[in-house]
Ligand binder design. Sequence first.
Ligand code: SF4
Length: 602
Amino acid sequence: MTDSPSRTPRTSSRDWSEASFDPEPHRKDLVAIVKEIEALDLVDAPALDAVLRRHPRGGKGFFSRAQIIAGFRAFEGTEGFKTSEKEFITRVRRRPVRSQSGVTPLTVLTKPFPCPGKCVYCPNDLRMPKSYLSDEPGAQRAANNKFDPYLQTWNRLAAFRATGHSTEKIELIVLGGTWSFYPESYQVWFSKRCLDAMNDFGGDVDAREEAEVSAANFDNFDDDALEGVRDGPKYNQAVVGFLREQGRGGEVDAESATWDALRATQLRNEGAVCRNVGFSIETRPDYVTEEEVLRVRRLGCTKVQLGIQSLSDPVLDAIKRGHAVEDTRRAIGLLRRAGFKIHAHWMPNLLGSNPKDDCLDYDRMFGDPAFRPDELKIYPCSLIETAELMNSYQDGSWRPYEHDELLDVLAHAIAATPRYCRLTRVIRDISSDDIVVGNKLTNFRELAERELTRRGGKTEEIRTREIRDIEFDPARLEVRATSYESGVGGEVFIELVTPDDHIVGFLRLALPTQKSFCDEISSSALIREVHVYGGALNLGARDFGNAQHRGFGTQLVDEARKHARAAGYHELAVISAVGTRGYYRKLGFRDGDLYQHTTLTL
Ligand code: SF4
């Protein structure tokens, strides 16, 4: 796909229109805007708005931040700006949080496809992969790009660059239905095409036109087919019918790739400008088998998002989840034993539960060593028009929690989350228009944290302790190790923290006592994650004033070596992403088949 680059602009996505903006016709206004922003003492939203209003864009509205940054880049050498590009971007960037966890997350969605689940709360939006809604921002971006992995990735990278975000260390997050249920050839192709886009984007190659030609067209979904689809089997039937019409019912040539081709693309990405430093997919516990774990590892995955939803069998039955708690126990054990990071999804207010049982369920998640996820999304159940749960609401067997009930459950959950877990989300960010009944407040996490403080409790989970842009003294950092049991042995969570307990970096070390089903790591200790915070910095850049590139990663790996050696291990392996292999080689790790390894000497 990269042999015949094309530079024909597309207009169907906002990402692209931002990336293709030509600053030259607006030189006078953009230069004035840049100089006024440089002169501001405090660059907050009102101050920025005032500058933009003084210089409207040719009578057709206002310049976006991306366009201002594009203007800065275009005229930097000729207009005598006072700030460096990095300083200027820091001033105007809207969402510095995006890349403050050290890497830039890039989310893509798989195409609409049947899901083996029949979960009663799950939306059935035929224009989307199962469980997503067509007016969620990420879902809209995917639809604008016809769910094509190359177009989604390339255009998102272009938008990141246009808005001043780093594009060199990318965590790829693949969302949509049940990944393990898509045909293997589609999975290989999808993974390869995301990496192709990273390789091309970093190499200034643009093959979007070619991708556009071969992408499926999901715009033609017959709106009549959307009526009355309120359960999973109907969704599956309608989607299968549509894909068949499109000639994409199964393993179509346009959406398949060989393992060898993927391997070659992965090797190219190792040295690419835009590297893949993390890769996650989402699936169901009953689809996690030994073969599946090894297969997703071969795709390059490092993290699995696992819908566990509840740890109560009666609740799982009530919601027609289609698997038992025992499946969750087994899935987490397999993933952990293979070194994956485990990002669980859990749902309070499910059919068959109540606030008290939800709190007990949450306590079980961290009390029982078999679970203990590394990251967690808490999605209180809301009622979506197209979900089968509508029937239970209408017959009175389910109701959404009152505000105070939900507040209680979430405050309890936040307080009960241990320091080794990151609460990624506490509410699902869906439009209130989509919610028939249920919580519509998107700031509920903030309310629950405030309630917890009012009760005298405190949070220890990772997200609230991340260093972000807080200044710190490297000489005063402490290494803190938290040991806990997992379902397959011991775990050590090693952190670098400031005296007031902000995290600068952490490492997850597994010390398994059970033999692995994967021979390559059968007797190794395993580094499951190394994460150093600070704005995502471009690889090789020199001007580092934050937590990355100060050797904290190396320090954490050295600590892991000590712990593994002390626990009697002779081998230490790491589950590296394609784009971090070079980093671990420099630290003395040698390449294996699916992992990298180092021998622990005395
Ligand atoms: S497994 Fe259940 S919740 Fe997940 S996408 Fe399928 S039907 Fe929806």
